[in-house]
Design a protein around this ligand. Structure first.
Ligand SMILES: Cc1ncc(C[n+]2csc(CCOP(=O)(O)OP(=O)(O)O)c2C)c(N)n1
Length: 618
């Protein structure tokens, strides 16, 4: 079947089994082709192709609701719901989003991006349905990685006790981004291993059924014993004890078996959990072999898997490797990650100090409190989490870390625009999330040396701190003089007409803007405001004394960010407010390339230069 002929899932319902197999193959090829060009989540999507086909052939969307946890595995869903013709725009500016978005299609029943929300959302929708007396199925598709997140258990607990009919499909591939962690993962392995036993059960049942007269009653008794035994032997009590009917494990690449089970689920009338087993990267040898590498990829060559465009060393890796170096001598130093050890740059720390690296699974709240506990016990924990995911742990940062003044250091990776991943992944709220919390220090390095120097500084103080940095190390071409001091900024470029105050990733654009301004005869100073809290009050006093326009620039929302901090300081100091505060607007920023996004919001060199020139002229 030609994928471009699929206008809705109704178009695939009448296919015979051969056609369905072919369809899965075509979807898989389209996904590989597109991700090779645009980048994206490859391995997770390849593993979920048959599951998605089976879901859309069984359920009747958009009347029935399918909620994809994390949503990074929704590509086949987008193709099957009339979006194949736009699929080449996946993750591109103004193109299809790589995650489900309610505004993009009525088939995207619920927007996701951050893990472990689908069961809660599905329960909410199922309750809304029941209250309104409507009839439809609600299905949450959750990976075993997402199942390490605490919210899943809160939702299972609630759903199981309320007996609200809903379906949870547990897509178990033994992987989160890396191999999955935790006790539940071990439990699922036991369930998967029980598949051999389920095979024996089936063949005994079939034999009994074939026996004349005595066969049928014996089969019924066997059935009862079988179910009991199943509970004991396959240890599926975990989900049943929470009030869910457990079905599985079944092969998540066998479309017919899944359709059969999904049809059964529609009539059960209580919460059901269907445990399917899949292979991450299924059908693409390189991704099957290295599912971690192909979890999320930049554009790559399909033949040899080589990624296009060198990504360069990351700031996270710099921090992770430096901490591993320090950990040789400092036995109190430890690290906490939340299912992102490799992506956050802590692989070598994990290899060198497996006893002092705690990967807690997708459990950011737990990560923060675990770190608070470690600090209370005399350790120096560094918690490496992407800025966007750290939003989960706001309360724990306030109550557990800061209120108790515990020396936990948050390493907020991927600060700034998450570009192609879009609104769920931009790290643009971090400063406003933390800046008002008493006692915390917030820093943002401009280079690897400054990042290391910040870590050194943090280790000499007994206070909570956060270091926020983008993935890529900015290239400013100005040697770092250091050492870093909390509350001290660095003058990167002198200038008598205006001062641009900025930190980290956006300093590159500021320095380029200063060059453009020079061509117009405007001398703009550029300050590396690497200490976002406390501010460098001495330098601010000096700049205010020069009576030149101050312009704050940040890759962050305006409200409560760095510009707001400088503005507040000016008000307290009875100084003139900044002449301009350049930042992202107070709206959710869509996905797109970073270059196009910063241009759109006036944060590229041209935008910064124009706003500065205007401030100087008025
Ligand atoms: C709150 C949160 N933390 C971290 C992530 C980053 N992340 C995206 S996918 C993923 C692994 C998900 O594993 P699983 O649910 O098993 O899906 P799979 O990729 O294996 O199909 C992680 C950790 C996230 N999306 N949300």
């Amino acid at each position: 079947m030609n994928l471009s002929e699929i206008n809705s899932p109704a178009d695939i319902k009448g296919l015979d089994s051969r056609e369905v197999e072919n369809l899965a193959g075509e979807i898989r090829e389209a996904i590989i082709r597109t991700v090779a060009l645009n980048g994206g989540h490859l391995a997770s999507n390849l593993g979920a192709v048959e599951l998605t086909v089976a879901l859309h052939r069984t359920f009747d969307c958009p009347r029935d609701k399918i909620i994809f946890d994390v949503g990074h595995q929704c590509y086949a869903h987008k193709i099957l719901t009339g979006r194949y013709n736009q699929f080449s725009t996946l993750r591109k500016t103004d193109g299809l989003c790589g995650f489900p978005r309610r505004e993009e299609s009525p088939y995207d029943a619920y927007g996701t991006g951050h893990a472990s929300t689908a069961i809660s959302a599905a329960l909410g929708m199922a309750r809304a349905r029941d209250i309104k007396g409507e009839k439809y199925s609600v299905v949450a598709v959750v990976g075993d990685g997402a199942m390490t997140g605490g919210m899943c258990y809160e939702a299972l607990n609630d759903a199981g006790s309320s007996k609200t009919p809903m379906i949870v499909v547990l897509n178990d591939n033994e992987m989160s981004i890396s191999r999955n962690v935790g006790a539940l993962s071990r439990q699922l392995t036991r369930l998967r291993l029980s598949r051999g036993w389920l095979g024996i059960k089936k063949s005994v049942g079939d034999t009994l059924n074939r026996l004349p007269v005595i066969g049928k009653p014996m089969h019924r008794v066997f059935q009862r014993i079988k179910n009991e035994l199943r509970n004991v032997l396959v240890k599926d009590r975990f989900f049943t004890s929470l009030g869910f009917q457990y079905l599985g494990p079944i092969d998540g690449h066998d479309i017919r078996s899944m359709e059969k089970i999904f049809r059964r689920c529609q009539d059960i009338g209580k919460p059901v959990l269907v445990h399917i087993v899949t292979k991450k990267g299924f059908g693409f040898a390189q991704a099957e072999e290295k599912p971690e590498k192909y979890h999320g990829v930049s554009p790559f060559e399909t033949e040899d898997g080589k990624t296009r465009g060198e990504e360069g060393p990351s700031m996270g890796k710099t921090a992770g490797e430096y901490l591993a170096e320090l950990a040789e001598k400092r036995h109190d130093l430890c690290a906490v990650t939340a299912a992102m050890t490799q992506s956050a740059g802590f692989s070598s720390f994990a290899v060198r100090f497996p006893d002092r690296l705690f990967d807690v699974g997708i459990a950011e709240e737990h990560a923060a409190v675990l770190a608070a506990g470690l600090a209370a016990g005399g350790m120096r924990p560094f918690v490496a989490i992407y800025e966007t995911f750290l939003q989960r742990a706001y309360d724990q940062i306030v109550e557990d870390i800061c209120l108790q003044r515990l020396p936990v250091c948050l390493l907020m990776d991927r600060a700034g625009l998450g570009a192609e991943d879009g609104p769920t992944h931009h790290g643009v709220f971090g400063v406003s999330m933390l800046r008002h919390i008493p006692g915390i220090r917030i820093f943002s390095p401009r280079c690897a040396e400054e990042c290391k120097s910040m870590i050194d500084w943090v280790l000499t103080r007994d206070v909570p701190a956060a270091i926020r940095y983008p993935r890529r190390i900015p290239e400013l071409g100005i040697p770092y003089r250091g050492p870093f001091e909390g509350g001290r900024w660095e003058m990167l470029r002198e200038g008598k007409d205006a001062a641009l105050l900025a930190a980290s990733s956006i300093l590159e654009e500021c320095l380029e803007a200063a060059e453009l301004l020079k061509q117009k005869g405007i001398e703009a100073a550029v300050v590396n405001a690497s200490s976002l809290r406390p501010l460098d009050e001495n330098m601010l006093q000096g700049l205010v004394g020069r009576v030149i326009p101050l312009i704050t620039v940040e890759e962050h929302v305006l409200s409560g960010g760095f510009g707001s901090a400088v503005n507040e300081w000016c008000a307290h100091a009875h100084a003139a407010a900044p002449a301009a505060m350049l930042a992202l607007p107070d709206e959710f920023i869509p996905h797109g390339s970073r270059n196009q996004l910063i241009k759109r919001y006036g944060l590229d060199r041209k935008g910064i230069a124009e706003r500065t020139a205007k401030a100087v002229e008025t």
